[in-house]
Ligand binder design. Structure first.
Ligand code: NAD
Ligand code: UD1
Length: 335
């Protein structure tokens, strides 16, 4: 299949491109590099020894999208492109609604015009808000709590309504839990700009001595040890989940949680990282981060039943792969 991957230079996108190429698909990436580097596409070429076409375009530019659809006979679209920082979305709501919702609208419009009926969308567990765990796909309405989450819920609704009036439109809405880890080669991984917001990149930078210690945001949640519990999933398992969704895509709208179904607390993740890598992670308990919830983990039965997909990597493998990439980052940057 010829697959257009928007946001394919980003963290989840590059890992998915690797898996798609290895499965024999032709991959065309559209990314404006607002949160990634063109070199990540070279790394995909290096890992797979396969060609990949790259367009540096903004997905909110309808004309630029048209050009791609005229140049290539696209069979399926995976729409990763989006802004993803919750805190930033509260400060810059217009940027988030414009980028994340308009990109979905225009991409769907161009798909319909060119009879491209297979659409996979990157949604997020954040659409479940502060609900009872494990989160299950049937929850409705979605109690989002910030503009970022709302852009995901809105995009889901847009795609659902389009599928209702276009019976041949096939949509998979994938709600990711917390992707961490990196490709086993250590050539691609998560490399956020500035001080990381998310836990795993913060831990790897503390391990390296780039940051002094980890601030653990609260130990008074109603969880196993008082610290926040999340469903961490290896990014390669997530990438495989996209292939499973593509392979099983049928007409209509299908919603899947992509997680492991296992909750891990902040302290448990620190311990797993230390054991997996033999590196100490100094930490200090501080106040809760505003907006954080106690627990988030997935009910994964639907993805297993309908896609035949389950996450395979355990927490230690995620920690080991994240650390391997972090140790390589400086070398990769100078190449
Ligand atoms: P990322 O920032 O690494 O990748 C997103 C990519 O999209 C970047 O390469 C960026 O340059 C590109 N992009 C953004 N806006 C664009 C635009 N208008 N036109 C073209 N390119 C654009 O993020 P990621 O972690 O790989 O996330 C991918 C998708 O998955 C996002 O939609 C995100 O909201 C969603 N998601 C991520 C997580 C997570 O924890 N990483 C969790 C749930 C959902
Ligand atoms: C955040 C986003 C969520 C997004 C997810 C993955 C918020 C409120 N939510 O969720 O929408 O889908 O990232 O990108 O930002 N922690 C620390 N110290 C740190 C960093 C994190 O203790 O320095 C704790 C947090 O309190 C939380 C856990 O680690 O309990 C995971 O945090 P994080 O990686 O930011 O992910 P989420 O909070 O799940």
């Amino acid at each position: 299949m010829n697959i257009l991957v928007t946001g394919g230079a980003g963290y989840i996108g590059v890992h998915t491109c690797v898996v798609l190429l290895e499965k024999g698909h032709t991959v065309i990436v559209a990314d404006n590099l607002c949160n990634s580097k063109a070199d990540s596409i070279n790394k995909v070429r290096q890992i797979t020894r396969k060609e990949i076409t790259f367009y540096n375009i903004d997905v909110t530019d309808e004309q630029a999208l048209e050009t791609i659809f005229l140049q290539h006979k696209i069979d399926s679209v995976i729409h990763f492109a989006g802004l993803k920082a919750v805190g930033e979305s509260v400060k810059l709501p217009l940027d988030y609604y414009f980028n994340n919702v308009v990109s979905t609208l225009l991409l769907a419009k161009v798909c319909l015009k060119h009879q491209v009926n297979r659409f996979i969308f990157s949604s997020s567990a954040t659409v479940y808000g502060n609900n009872t765990v494990p989160f299950v796909e049937t929850l409705d309405p979605l109690p989002t709590t910030n503009p970022y989450g709302e852009t995901k819920a809105m995009s889901e609704r847009v795609l659902t309504d389009i599928a209702r009036t276009n019976p041949s439109f096939s949509v998979s809405l994938l709600r990711y839990f917390n992707p961490i880890g990196a490709h086993q080669s250590g050539l691609i991984g998560e490399d956020p700009n500035g001080i990381p917001n998310n836990l795993m990149p913060y831990i790897t930078q503390v391990a390296k001595g780039k940051l002094e210690k980890l601030m653990v945001f609260g130990n008074d949640f109603f969880t196993v040890d008082g610290t926040g519990v999340r469903d961490y999933i290896h990014v390669m398992d997530l990438a495989e989940g996209h292939v499973a969704a593509l392979d099983n895509l049928t007409e209509g709208v299908h919603i899947y949680n992509l997680g492991t179904g296992q909750g891990t607390s902040v302290l448990q993740l620190i311990e797993a990282f230390e054991e997996a890598n033999g590196v100490g992670i100094p930490y200090e308990i501080v106040d809760r981060r505003p907006g954080d919830i106690a627990s988030s983990y997935a009910n994964v039965l639907k993805a297993k039943r309908e896609l035949g997909w389950i996450a395979k990597h355990n927490i230690k493998a995620m920690c080991r792969d994240a650390w391997r990439f972090e140790k390589n980052i400086e070398q990769l940057r100078v190449r």
